[in-house]
Design a protein around this ligand. Structure first.
Ligand code: AMP
Length: 552
């Protein structure tokens, strides 16, 4: 019998579809931004002609399909316009991380060969040190809220004038789904950042994934405030998910790090959905506790980027904010897994599951492998190995071919995260391959130890690193920050005593050092590279508590 051929249309999966939806279905939906000069309110209906004009302007500036257009900008409505205009005209949106050091920014712009750069007025000082060092940029465009039209920089164009000079419609070109739509660099905690290039197809499918109820579950009824920056892995895909669903968008501009502004904005705009890294929620929870304010309309607080400490999830629960733990990385677009937990568990079991990295998103496959043999490990909740993933929105390489070893020979992406898997597929990340502490031939999870320390009532935050040890190879050292009211009142002995019934004896840290603040990376994660570089060698001799001698 002859084989039957599939008779479905070859519909190209492109972001133009999302643009079509906001134009035809969601005209009345609001986009609200806290700008420097007050709250700015617009709708998708008003934005679409501006997106068309912007695409025209880009074309007039000589931007061709495949050219990179960079942004150095906060989360704003104008940034959202760029999110649509640039890829939909066939160019590649390159969001620059505004917290990077100048030398990293210089490297990234040169590596990507960006042609046009859009910059927020308040971020102009970041560009100053790059003057004369990023020759690929032919045009600078200023995103200004006030009257200043060129920010004092010669030759800089003004966004509003640029958009105003064009006509309202644009004949969008036919795109192929394999074309690049956007690029984003890894945060570069080791070595130079590497460019991840998303295609229209990958972004389209990722958007559908983000909408799924068991993933982030973005829906039309939501008012979404993405605290996660638009330069951090496409703001976790939210800008397109918001458009696809027709949700209201609320942006905090440059006020994202300020809990008071976030709470006010969320209250005033009836926000239902927040997304950001744990450090943001640490500040927000403290503010809510202090002021007694609450955000009863918020149903979802997506938290990813680092593991959620139990103490944080419990504090957020106590102020009525339910966190949804998600895991991913720039290379996974970033949706990797989400910890949705449905009724049917005891309260303890429920919180334990919510604190895992959850189960892998439909569309993505996952395995864990032995770091030495490369063999796949069982999902028994005990064995831990490197997470490898594959799927339609997972990177298969980096721009300019860096680090080809990140791909296995059989086509999986090596994440560098170390995890154990429960038999029913809950991921429990125990560390990064480079941060796991190798002590006496065994692994100690720096993350688990950190979480145990951070549960101490006098500790605000804590990072753990392995420092060289003559006998055990490495031993854990804690860098802890006391809560302001306990500054100078908590001792190493007290912390170690507290840990004794919480971790294996050989995991007990050799030292607890108190510091004022844990250094953070550009995207708010503990910067262990900085801690390691400045750390004095272990001084205490291994007294009672040697790893092997006291193991049970
Ligand atoms: P980035 O590409 O900057 O988003 O960083 C990705 C990395 O952040 C991952 O490889 C993990 O090491 C870490 N990460 C992201 N989400 C989580 C999470 N929920 N729990 C633990 N680590 C996470």
């Amino acid at each position: 019998m002859a084989a039957v051929e599939g008779l479905m249309q070859d519909y190209e999966l492109s972001l133009q579809h999302v643009l079509w939806r906001i134009e035809r279905l969601h005209q009345k939906k609001e986009v609200v931004t806290k700008r420097n000069d007050g709250v700015h309110r617009t709708t998708y209906g008003e934005m679409v002609p501006r997106i068309n004009r912007l695409a025209r302007a880009l074309k007039r500036l000589g931007v061709k399909p495949g050219d990179r257009v960079a942004t150095l900008a906060w989360n704003t409505d104008r940034h959202l316009e760029l999110y649509y205009a640039v890829p939909c005209m066939g160019a590649v949106l390159h969001t620059l991380n505004l917290r990077l050091f100048p030398q990293h920014l210089e490297f990234i712009v040169n590596d990507a060969q960006d042609k046009v750069l859009f910059v927020d007025q308040t971020l102009l000082p970041l560009l100053k040190p790059l003057e004369g060092k990023i020759p690929s940029i032919q045009t600078y465009v200023l995103l200004a809220d006030g009257p200043s039209k060129d920010g004092g920089v010669t030759g800089m164009l003004d966004y509003e004038s640029l958009v105003a000079a064009e006509s309202d419609s644009y004949p969008w070109p036919k795109l192929s789904e394999r074309m690049a739509a956007a690029m984003c660099y890894t945060s570069g905690t080791t070595g130079n950042p590497k460019g991840v290039v998303y295609s229209h197809r990958s972004q389209f499918i990722h958007t559908m994934g983000v909408l799924q109820r068991d993933n982030l579950g973005v829906s039309e009824g939501d008012a979404i405030l993405p605290v996660v920056p638009m330069f951090h892995a496409n703001s976790w895909g939210l800008p397109y998910a918001i458009g696809m669903a027709g949700a209201k968008a609320v942006f905090a501009g440059r006020f994202s790090a300020d809990p008071k502004s976030l709470v006010e904005l969320a209250e005033e705009e009836d926000v239902t959905f927040l997304a950001g890294v744990p450090t943001v929620w640490l500040g927000l929870a403290a503010y809510l506790k202090e002021t007694g304010k609450r955000l009863p309309k918020v149903t979802t607080v997506v938290c990813g980027g680092s593991a959620i400490p139990r103490s944080l999830m419990e504090t957020m629960d106590s102020v009525g904010l339910r966190m949804l733990h998600a895991w991913g990385m720039t290379e996974t677009s970033p949706l990797g897994s989400v910890a949705r937990v449905y009724p049917g568990h005891s309260p303890e079991e429920e919180i334990r599951l919510r604190l895992t990295q959850g189960r892998v998103a439909p569309g993505v496959e996952i395995r864990i492998t032995d770091p030495v043999s490369g063999e796949e490990l069982p999902w028994d909740g005990v064995a831990f190995g490197e997470i490898q993933v594959r799927g339609p929105w997972i990177a298969r390489g980096y721009h300019n071919g860096y680090d080809p070893d990140k791909m296995t020979e059989d086509g999986w992406f090596r994440t560098g995260d170390v995890a154990k898997m429960s038999p029913d597929g809950y991921i429990q990340i125990v560390d990064r391959t480079k941060d796991v502490i190798k002590s006496g031939g065994e692994w100690i999870s720096s993350v688990e130890l950190e979480n145990a320390v951070m549960a101490h009532p006098k500790i605000l935050e804590a990072a753990v690193i392995g420092l060289p040890h003559p006998k055990w190879d490495e031993r854990p050292v804690v860098f802890a920050v006391a809560k302001p009211e306990f500054k100078g009142q908590v001792t190493q002995e007290e912390v170690i005593e507290y840990l004794k019934d919480k971790v294996a004896k050989w995991w007990l840290p050799d030292e607890v050092r108190f510091i004022d603040e844990v250094p953070k990376t550009s995207v708010g994660k503990f910067d262990k590279k900085v801690l390691r570089a400045g750390a004095a060698a272990i001084t205490t001799s291994q007294k009672e508590g040697t790893p092997q001698a006291t193991r049970n």
